[in-house]
Design a protein around this ligand. Structure first.
Ligand code: SF4
Ligand code: FES
Length: 249
């Protein structure tokens, strides 16, 4: 395949940035989208030009590092996958592909296609964990029976990889799908109950501090989420938040 790529180039956080056009040739339909960008970067380096900066790590849909708005969709035109799992067979010879970073006030661009998603780390640090007694008297987790339905829902929520596609897809740049997945994975389990009140209050408080918008139930996040996280998690988080706000200390 021969393709035209229109890629967002931005030298640093202060640069204005602009779309730049590139041509790539002989792209195999079996390549992943990131391998196609590797081909472009090898050509740019050979010509002495600056390669396009983009985030990636595992390249198998696990780590949540890859991002990219491809033709206006977070993680591109396929469903239930990350950008690193997107294959070039989703495109046709002669196509023009627009590639931009995830856009949100809380995700400032660092360089080219790389955005700063450390706001998610700070939300996690505010409560996305359970405290475990490691004094030697730790209870075996398997000693606590958990209904299969709850375990399944918790596991579904835990598959969130923190990529930020939900934020990038939302017209309000809301992080509610991400935060609700992190709250839900514990809210559904007995082990998560001890710190449940502080968890939801602190995580939502941090989310608001980071400048994410609110949820207006458009559902775009669920459609673009590579892990098919359900917006029913947002309803659960809202219930948890309301209940935590009303409880006495
Ligand atoms: S909820 Fe989905 S889109 Fe949002 S961060 Fe988690 S995996 Fe990514
Ligand atoms: S590079 Fe790890 S999920 Fe894409």
């Amino acid at each position: 395949m021969n393709l035209t790529l229109k890629i967002w180039r931005q030298k640093n956080a202060n640069d204005k940035g602009k779309m730049v056009s590139y041509n790539v040739t002989d792209i195999s339909e079996h390549m992943s989208f990131l391998e196609m960008l590797d081909v472009l970067n090898e050509e740019l380096v050979a010509k002495g030009e600056e390669p396009v900066a983009f985030d990636h790590d595992c390249r198998e849909g696990i780590c949540g590092m890859c991002s990219l708005h491809i033709n206006g969709e977070a993680h591109g035109p396929d469903r239930g996958i990350t950008t690193c799992q997107l294959h070039m067979r989703m495109f046709k010879d002669g196509d023009t592909i627009h590639i931009e970073p995830f856009r949100a006030k809380a995700f400032p661009v660092i360089k080219d296609l790389i955005v700063d998603r450390s706001a998610f780390d700070r939300i996690q640090q505010a409560g996305g964990y359970i405290s475990v007694n490691t004094s030697g008297n730790t209870q075996d987790a398997n000693a606590i029976p958990i209904p299969k339905a709850d375990a399944d829902l918790s596991m579904d929520a835990a598959t969130c990889i923190g990529c930020g596609a939900c934020v990038a897809s939302c017209k309000n740049a809301s992080a509610m799908l991400f935060v609700s997945a992190k709250v839900s994975q514990y809210a559904l389990l007995p082990q998560g109950q001890v710190e449940a009140k502080d968890r939801v209050l602190n995580m939502v408080n941090q989310m608001d501090k980071e400048g994410f918008g609110n949820c207006t139930n458009t559902g775009a996040c669920e459609v673009e989420c590579p892990k098919n996280i359900s917006i029913s998690n947002i309803a659960r988080m809202n219930r948890e938040y309301l209940s935590a706000s009303m409880k006495d200390d």
